[in-house]
Design a protein around this ligand. Sequence first.
Ligand code: DGY
Length: 315
Amino acid sequence: MSKPEILQMGPYPSWDEAPLSEAFVLHRYFEAEDKPALLRDHAAGIRGIATRGEIGADRATIEALPNLEVISVYGVGYDAVDLDACAERGIKVTNTPDVLTQDVADLGVAMMLCHSRGMIGAEQWVRDGSWVREGLYPLKRRVFGKKAGVLGLGRIGYEVAKRLAGFDMDIAYSDVGKKDYAPDWTYFDDPVALAQHADFLFVTLAASAETRHIVGTDVINAVGPQGMIVNISRASNIDEEALLAALASGALGSAALDVFEGEPALDPRFLELDNVLLQPHHASGTFETRKAMGKLVRDNLIAHFDGKPLLTPVN
Ligand code: DGY
């Protein structure tokens, strides 16, 4: 039997791509100079899409492929996949939950610590000789015992909160029907009230049309001039204009961000601010997790084409 044809939307590490290309004929969309021509030439043959969370698959791509059956997302977030377009045609969607939870939570907490203690600047202080010339590095803010807000207590938010509890932080959370997770932590229905509580507000919500810009001016101002927002979810959860304005004016103390609207191209105003920690959307970026993600992408596609139940279906 011939191998099923798959449209590959973005690059994967070589160790993830090799097993995929053993099982499937891959059409590397991201490398194609003439993308519409690639879609036209292979439209009839392509039965699956392998994509990444931040790339997804839009309606135009889905509609260009009349025999598309399944979309396998390398990532837990599938907000960039047009689920309505999939539902109209019964196209299945899978993602890679669970395998990345610990690493994403680790990076979020590391970003809080790193930024709060000024570690990027401290490294520079050593390297550029400031330590010798000027002596003590400027004092930074404590994390231990402070108040944390976790906006979105799903799998990742829960793991973040558990880690923060290790710093004796007073933990509160909002959303998403998981109130029974943590009876000892404080529940706030209203994100503004959560932000008022928090010295550190972690945004860990799965992104959707409903959560778009849920962190707007009112939430940002409630975190306040001494507070920090950490975003390890999706940029769309935060109103980036409002965030930039608050960081520039000092209405918000600082932010630590792994995700950006229009990434990898950043709004250049971010580069001018020194109260923001900028990370290149790599919260799941460890060898261990990326290997597990690649395996899930492949195994879901294989299960589909073998007529077996999907391992991690979304819809
Ligand atoms: C995820 O898993 O959703 C990551 O953010 C990659 O898109």
